[in-house]
Design a protein around this ligand. Structure first.
Ligand SMILES: NC(=O)c1ccc[n+]([C@@H]2O[C@H](COP(=O)([O-])OP(=O)(O)OC[C@H]3O[C@@H](n4cnc5c(N)ncnc54)[C@H](OP(=O)(O)O)[C@@H]3O)[C@@H](O)[C@H]2O)c1
Length: 299
């Protein structure tokens, strides 16, 4: 088994000595109105799926702070995603494209991939941030008696199937990142699927939350399969799973009462930490599951 890559090995990321790739690369090429840098150098393109709110929205916000990045933010209902629209007003549509994509619907995923491929020749980063734990018809199960077909299927559909089908549709653009001259085994294109520590079977001490836990275990397995396939084909696309910690979003809201304040992360902090991990990802990391500290989580 490969040694786990912690932030200590990666450098003192949390001690402030970390330099992002964008910063390390020196002056950044600025995407022009066409979305390509005006100096002819290569623009980095990041796509965030599930960016209407929560962590996905924060990923889009922080990626836009990198001047050499163009961001594609997808969500189910762009007209209802007011904060995303506001970001687009601030940054302009050449820096931020808002694209409709419903991860429950393969036709919608395919249409979004076609739309993005018409605008961009490659993708450097794909973050799958959509996820469901509860909604109007579903609360996480406290016991076996509460498990239903509906909750199982919804969690699997959104948290596992949606992520892998989005990866499938955008894989050609991620592979193109190598051909566009940007991706190498040391600095690959990256797929980061948001998982959760509760998806770890080895770490499961409490039980409960059957559907959500199982759907996260499923996205872990699907992502591992995909990682092995890219590796076997010698394509520099690293696939990682991330546990963001407990973050103050709509998803965790009903369960925050018992979380000590220091363990409930603001979104800004959580995404900053996850982007540090993504920035340091090489093909050595592919197929691995990291928490927000950069420590590997057991399966
Ligand atoms: N927050 C945490 O403490 C925490 C901890 C561990 C892991 N995570 C994971 O991190 C990811 C982001 O979570 P978050 O905290 O940002 O959640 P959030 O604020 O509730 O946002 C959820 C996102 O998923 C989309 N979504 C929700 N239900 C959906 C459905 N039925 N079909 C398609 N899309 C749906 C939402 O889109 P709409 O706006 O269209 O509904 C939204 O973009 C999730 O995968 C979650 O499991 C979060």
């Amino acid at each position: 088994m490969r040694p786990s890559i912690t932030l200590a090995r990666r450098g003192s990321l949390l001690a402030g000595s970390f330099t992002s790739r964008a910063a390390a690369a020196g002056p950044s090429p600025q995407p022009s109105a066409s979305g390509q840098p005006s100096d002819g150098s290569r623009c980095r393109v990041a796509l965030v799926q599930g960016s209407s709110r929560g962590l996905g929205l924060e990923f889009a916000r922080q990626l836009l702070q990198r001047p050499d990045h163009a961001v594609v933010a997808t969500c189910r209902t762009p007209s209802a995603a007011r904060e995303l629209q506001e970001l687009q007003r601030q940054h302009g549509s050449s820096r931020l494209a808002v694209v409709q994509l419903d991860p429950n619907d393969e036709a919608s995923i395919a249409a979004a991939a076609e739309h993005v491929a018409a605008q961009h020749s490659h993708l450097d980063l794909l973050v799958n941030a959509s996820g469901v734990l509860h909604d109007a018809t579903m609360t996480p199960e406290t016991g076996l008696a509460r498990v239903t077909m509906d909750s199982l299927l919804k969690c699997f559909q959104v948290n596992a199937a949606g992520h892998i089908l989005v990866c499938k549709a955008f894989a050609p653009l991620l592979v193109n990142a190598a051909e566009a001259g940007g991706a190498t085994p040391e600095r690959p294109a990256v797929i980061a699927n948001l998982s959760a520590r509760v998806g770890s079977i080895g770490d499961n001490q409490l039980g409960g939350w059957y559907s959500y836990r199982a759907s996260k275990a499923a996205v872990n397995q699907l992502t591992k399969c995909m990682a092995l396939e890219f590796e076997r084909r010698k394509q520099p696309v690293a696939c990682i799973l991330l546990h963001p910690g407990t973050v103050d979003t709509d998803l965790s809201k009903p369960f925050q009462r018992n979380v000590p304040p220091e363990k409930l992360f603001p979104r800004e902090r959580a995404v900053r930490q996850l982007l540090q991990i993504i920035d340091r990802t090489s093909m050595q990391d592919t197929g691995r599951f990291y928490d927000w500290k950069g420590t590997e989580v057991e399966w």
